[in-house]
Each structure stands twice: as C-alpha cells, then as structure tokens.
Design a protein around this ligand. Structure first.
Ligand SMILES: Nc1ncnc2c1ncn2[C@@H]1O[C@H](COP(=O)(O)OP(=O)(O)OP(=O)(O)O)[C@@H](O)[C@H]1O
Ligand SMILES: [Mg+2]
Length: 270
C-alpha cells in the first residue's frame, strides 16, 4: 500500500512560534486517522500544511508523493470555524454548488456536469432532502452533513475533517463518525479526522495521531494511548483509564481531553 502523507523531520510554525518540531510519520492509503491533541497542539496547522497553505519551516511534507500544491483537487477539506454558516440565507444546494464554481477544485464545471456532481455529493451524505432549505435553518448536525457533501465534491482521495463533531450531541457525533467511516470504506479515500475527544472515534479509526508539546505520535490506540506516550506529549504525568469500552485520559484526577478544550464548544452556534 502506498503512502498518502509522509512527513520527514517536519517543523511547522508561525514567526518565532514553533508548533510542531521534527515530526516523522507516514499515513497509508485508505487509513482512517483520528487526530487528537489539546487546543493549540497543531491539528489545524498540520492540515493547513497538508493543503499546501503553510510551507514547512524545515524538513518536508509529501502528499501523494509530492510537496503539496495549493488548491489540490485530490483533497477534500472541512475547515474548523463554521460560524459564518449561521447567517447564510442561501440553500444547502446553492452553498455546495458555489464551492464547485469556486477556485478550490481546479477547473469549474457548469451546467449539467455541475448539477450531477452536486447531486452525487448530496446523495452520498443522504442530504437530498436538506438541500432545498436555507442553511441557517438547519441544525448543527444537518449543516455538518452538507459541509461534508461539499468536501466530497471533487471526488477527493484524501479527506481532511477539522473538528466536525464540535457542537454536536453524542448521537449526532456518532452519526457523523459512522457516515464518514461508511463513505471511506465505500470510496476508499484516506481520512484525517480531528476531534477533542477520542471516545466518539474509538471504533471507527484505524490509527490515532496524537499531537502535544510540539511532538506527534502516530500508531494504534493501544500503542499511543498509553501513560508513557501521553505523559511525553502533555509534559505531565498522565493516567489512562479504560472502562466500558471508553478510554479516559487523566492528569491529577481530571480528564485532560475536556480540561484542555475549554473554549472548543459552540463555534457553529455563534
Ligand atoms: N496564523 C497564525 N499565526 C500565528 N500563530 C498561529 C496561527 N495559526 C495558529 N497559530 C498558533 O499555532 C498553534 C497551533 O494552532 P492550531 O490551530 O493548529 O491548534 P489546534 O490543535 O488546531 O487547536 P484547537 O484544538 O484549538 O483547534 C497555536 O498556538 C496557535 O496560536
Ligand atoms: Mg484546530
């Protein structure tokens, strides 16, 4: 199996701030990777580097074997901040069609080809019925499905989903995870799915990429979600508690995944 993403001694940062340093990892074609880590650990930054929007400070990043160009039609992206949706009066269908005509997918298609592409994306996420309604009138979970349809428009071979579970309740979180997993199995693409909690992703992911303290650890849940690996990433003593099919990452008696994400909830309700 070939690698879709290869980072070699990759360092990313902004000005004097180093976000990730000396990262080495390879993601294979068709993998579903959960991207975890506290606020500011670099989840979004890494996705932007994969999109070619942030050049490496040093080292290299290869996507499909090449340094990533900006505007890569092989990559579908669902960005993290989506409060702008709240004020939009356009329908879900027009929203998705607008992305198709935009610069993100290379050559824009118009007319019947564009209609067919939009229909296909809506059908993939089961949102045909939502598409005629104004975006602003849809629930967070419904909006999330349309955003996923938009990310699928260019028939991506790699999907980058940045915190698609934010502001969703547990049943809707489970539905989004199951939908992405089903599409990934059907269509065979590779997925990076960031989240601030591991448990909703636990049974969908092939491996986990955990970021923290400028470092990254990629491996199976059993390899990465350990006191030794996480204590290094959090720079404090971490306990891992497994119970009833859930895993809790604790420091000093508190769950760090919740503690470390105090401001994360509510973006798309703003
Ligand atoms: N454009 C920018 N200019 C300067 N610093 C930035 C910029 N974007 C991000 N940073 C900084 O880089 C670090 C990593 O940010 P990033 O958004 O990648 O974190 P994250 O893991 O996605 O966090 P969250 O869980 O809050 O989404 C943070 O310290 C952030 O302040
Ligand atoms: Mg982020």
């Amino acid at each position: 199996m070939s690698n879709v993403i290869v980072c070699s001694d990759l360092t990313l940062g902004f000005g004097p701030r180093v976000v990730l340093a000396g990262v080495n990892l390879a993601v294979a074609e068709g993998e579903f990777i959960g991207v975890l880590g506290p606020n500011g650990s670099g989840k979004t930054t890494l996705m932007r580097a994969i999109l070619g929007l942030l050049p490496p400070r040093s080292g290299s990043i290869l996507v499909f074997g090449k340094p990533p160009p900006r505007g890569n039609p092989a990559i579908g992206y669902l960005p993290q901040l989506r409060s702008r949706l709240a004020g939009l009066s356009l329908t879900g269908r027009d929203f998705i069609a607008a992305a198709y005509g935009g610069h993100r997918f290379g050559l824009p298609l118009f007319g019947r080809a564009a209609e067919a592409a939009v229909d296909r994306a809506l059908a993939l996420v089961g949102a045909e019925d939502l598409a005629a309604r104004p975006l602003a009138a849809l629930s967070g979970g419904e909006q999330q499905r349309l955003l996923l349809a938009q990310a699928l428009l260019g028939r991506p071979r790699l999907l980058l989903l940045d915190e698609p579970l934010i502001s969703l309740d547990p049943p809707h979180q489970a539905a989004v995870v199951a939908l992405v997993r089903r599409l990934q199995k059907e269509l065979g693409f590779t997925v990076l799915f960031s989240a601030h909690e591991l448990n909703p992703l636990l049974h969908a992911i092939d491996r986990v990429l955990y970021l923290g303290g400028g470092h990254a650890a990629l491996g199976t849940v059993d390899e990465v979600i350990t006191p030794a690996v996480l204590s290094r990433l959090y720079r404090t003593e971490i306990e891992v508690i497994r119970t009833h099919g859930h895993i809790f990452v604790m420091a000093g008696g508190h769950e760090v995944e919740h503690e470390a994400h105090r401001h994360a909830i509510g973006h798309s309700d703003a």
